[in-house]
Ligand binder design. Structure first.
Ligand code: ADP
Ligand code: MG
Length: 699
């Protein structure tokens, strides 16, 4: 029987007892079973009995001499044992343990005895053990198969590579392997990838790849199979992202006129000249806005590259064309800062702007609501407060999301839905590697501000120990004397907010004592929004000289007169996060300093921090961070939308991702025959469904 439609439910080939366990693993169809890849493989070396050594993983082929089943009276553990002799005429005992009551039925015992009749040839895989007292060797079997009967393992001359699966209660390894073997025998897979593409990228055919990921005949076929399936994981994701990008371009909206007046006035009012990179990115954005479909662009630029001005240019273009704009930032501190700066610029352009956060008083809120609805307010800046139901725009044409990685997919979407397909501009300073960028933002157009404003000097970075604290004091004294300002950062451990608070207050006191001729401000997460804003404002207005702060300061804060940042317990931070923190200084033309206090005694921690002394390149740091801590850690939980891969690894399989992206682009550009396209889309949907089942989303 060949079941071509692999969406067939598994009960066709699987015994009913296993169904609940398989369902628990989200295996419902033959195809699910085939795509349930092993988490690892073990290689059993084919040996003769005299060659077997304690501890080895071996495969032995020999004749069954004796077969026994022992079921201890009250026990739930059933032991099966065989005596097997091979061509060398030597004998060895083989044992296998079975847990659970299904192994205690008379029927099962009878079947087993029938199957393992003396004289039959058995292929045994397992680990060799030596009895502590008798010194006798036995094989603890993972599988005992009878040669020449159905279900015999794929075998090579010498070795057998066996899959290891993630299991669940009620399903043992041997049963699952048998189910998968049966699924392989009974199904006929058609490969949705066009043959040409497969050939071009030298990919194993799908049914081959599936067969060999489970039961590889040798390490080479295993690696080729894995390569193909990793390619698939990336390819279908990229195709999905590109498809979404193409779909957006089908949405019709009014193209914005090429605006000039407001922008020109803005440029004149700016106290500096735009960098080439800023100008280029602004041009890219303006050309997006002039198209008859919505923009969906991500602006990447290292900390301090000057993303805010670029956003404002886009906002002015939208306003000039008669639209409203919204700018959303992840923290009140940052929203307030944007408002502060942009309000100044807008004043000279005679444009109103409002700030809306969780702490905006009700009366003010009402005025904002009314002015938004009437269209009198062209720009609203704020936090998540912007996505509340009550907020309605008259003509929202542009949405800007600052530090977009801090927002969830839903939050971003909610803001967009306040307009009729508005243009979307996302900004991020998180320098992520190209592989991550493709995975996360493969559906966006990306612009890079790859140049810092002129005159910026690299921030002098030093990793110091407690013994070297006098250096901290010296650097601080020198800069304070030059009327510059200092940040002191304390780590925040979420589990114990209280003790953090205490440590922030204690540090504040210590610094105040040490620098008694200066004023020291304090900023921490437990303060009300108002208190926070006032702490920042005092520091910005130079009423305080030193600001002791927990990491609330991390994102986007821009106070160019601050030239020193001291990070206490720097070893508790990730490299990318430290790089963000370092970005709080070096924002003007004066030499700035980043002093990382390392309280850990491990060499590893020190070496990791030392990387910051060597490079100012956020991308390099992100890459190192990713390799040291894994992608999830680096992105944090806030980074929604990072898909889970069954096999692929974003670091080690980066090359495959590049290929998969190219292949997906080719398919999108060239188009393919309708049937091929339908097959590809069906595969995207199949993968989505499975992902969604999983509770995760592909956003
Ligand atoms: P980020 O990219 O981190 O958001 P900001 O937009 O906050 O950076 O800009 C950092 C600082 O650099 C701000 O003080 C800003 O006014 C200033 N700045 C931006 N562009 C330029 C430029 N072309 N020349 C000089 N200073 C600039
Ligand atoms: Mg910024």
């Amino acid at each position: 029987m060949t079941i071509t439609a692999t969406v067939q439910p598994i009960h066709l080939i699987v015994s009913p007892e296993c169904l609940p366990a398989l369902h628990k693993l989200r295996i419902h169809t033959l195809l699910d079973l085939l795509h349930y890849y092993p988490r690892d493989h073990v290689t059993y070396h084919g040996v003769t009995i005299p060659e077997a050594r304690a501890g080895d993983q071996v495969m032995i082929t020999g004749k069954i001499q004796q077969h026994r089943i022992l079921t201890p009276k009250n026990g739930r553990l059933t032991v099966q044992s065989w005596i097997v002799t091979d061509k060398t005429e030597n004998a060895i005992r083989v044992t296998q343990f079975h847990h659970g009551s299904s192994y205690q039925s008379e029927q099962w015992r009878t079947e087993q005895h029938q199957f393992y009749r003396a004289g039959r040839t058995a292929i045994v895989t397992g680990k060799v053990r030596q009895d502590d007292y008798t010194r006798a060797l036995t094989i603890e079997a993972t599988e005992v198969k009878v040669a020449d009967l159905a279900g015999k393992p794929a075998m090579t001359k010498d070795n057998l590579i066996q899959p290891i699966y993630a299991l669940t209660k009620g399903l043992n390894a041997e049963t699952l392997r048998d189910c998968i073997r049966a699924a392989l025998d009974y199904s006929e897979l058609t490969d949705p990838l066009p043959k040409k593409l497969r050939q071009h990228y030298d990919l194993m055919e799908l049914s081959q790849a599936i067969a060999h990921i489970h039961f590889p005949s040798n390490p080479q076929t295993l690696s080729a199979a894995r390569h193909r399936l990793v390619f698939d994981e990336f390819f279908y994701l990229q195709l999905r992202l590109l498809k979404r990008r193409a779909a957006l371009k089908q949405v019709q909206r009014e193209a914005l006129s090429t605006p000039t007046t407001l922008l020109k006035q803005f440029y004149i009012a700016l106290p500096f000249k735009l960098t080439g990179a800023q100008q280029r990115v602004i041009d890219e954005i303006l050309s997006d806005l002039a198209k008859p479909y919505p923009m969906n662009r991500l602006v990447q630029g290292d900390v301090g590259a000057g993303k805010t001005v670029v956003a404002v240019a886009a906002i002015l273009a939208a306003i000039q064309s008669g639209y409203q704009a919204a700018l959303m930032a992840p923290t009140e501190v940052l929203a307030e800062q944007h408002f502060h700066k942009i309000a100044q610029w807008f004043k000279s352009l005679q444009l109103p702007v409002a700030l809306l956060t969780g702490s905006t008083p009700t009366a003010q809120r009402r005025v904002i609501h009314a002015n938004l609805r009437s269209g009198q307010l062209p720009l609203l800046i704020g936090t998540h407060a912007l996505i509340q139901k009550a907020i309605q725009f008259d003509r929202l044409g542009l949405v800007v999301i600052d530090e977009q990685h801090r927002f969830g997919v839903q939050q971003r979407l909610k803001l967009q839905q306040k307009g009729n397909h508005p243009h979307v501009l996302s900004m991020t300073a998180t320098p992520i590697s190209r592989t991550l960028a493709l995975t996360l933002h493969g559906d966006l157009d990306v612009s890079q501000i790859d140049q810092l404003p002129p005159g910026r000097k690299p921030v002098l970075t030093r990793v110091l120990t407690e013994k070297q604290r006098h250096q901290v004091k010296r650097v601080m004294q020198r800069n304070l004397a030059l009327h510059r300002q200092v940040y002191v950062i304390l780590p925040l451990v979420e589990q114990s907010e209280k003790s953090d608070l205490q440590s922030a207050i204690a540090a504040h006191q210590t610094y105040q004592q040490q620098f008694s001729q200066y004023r020291v401000g304090l900023l921490h997460g437990r303060m009300s929004a108002e208190e926070k804003q006032s702490a920042i404002a005092q520091f910005r207005d130079h009423q305080t000289h030193i600001l002791v702060s927990t990491t609330v300061i991390e994102v986007g804060v821009d106070i160019p007169n601050a030239t020193v940042i001291v990070v206490e317990h720097a070893e508790r931070f990730g490299l990318s996060q430290l790089h963000q923190l370092r970005g709080r200084v070096g924002r003007g033309n004066a030499q700035s300093y980043c002093l990382l206090m390392n309280t850990s005694t491990s060499d590893e921690a020190r070496d990791r921090l030392k990387v910051l002394e060597q490079t100012q390149n956020g991308f390099v740091l992100a890459e190192v961070d990713m390799q040291l801590r894994g992608t999830g850690e680096v992105l944090g939980t806030a980074q929604a939308g990072l898909p889970k891969f069954a096999l692929a690894d974003l670091i080690n399989d980066a090359g495959v991702l590049e290929q998969a992206r190219k292949a997906a682009e080719l398919v999108m550009q060239r188009g393919s025959c309708l049937q091929c396209w339908n097959d590809l889309v069906a595969e995207i949907h199949r993968r989505d469904r499975h992902k969604l089942d999983d509770g995760s989303t592909l956003n």
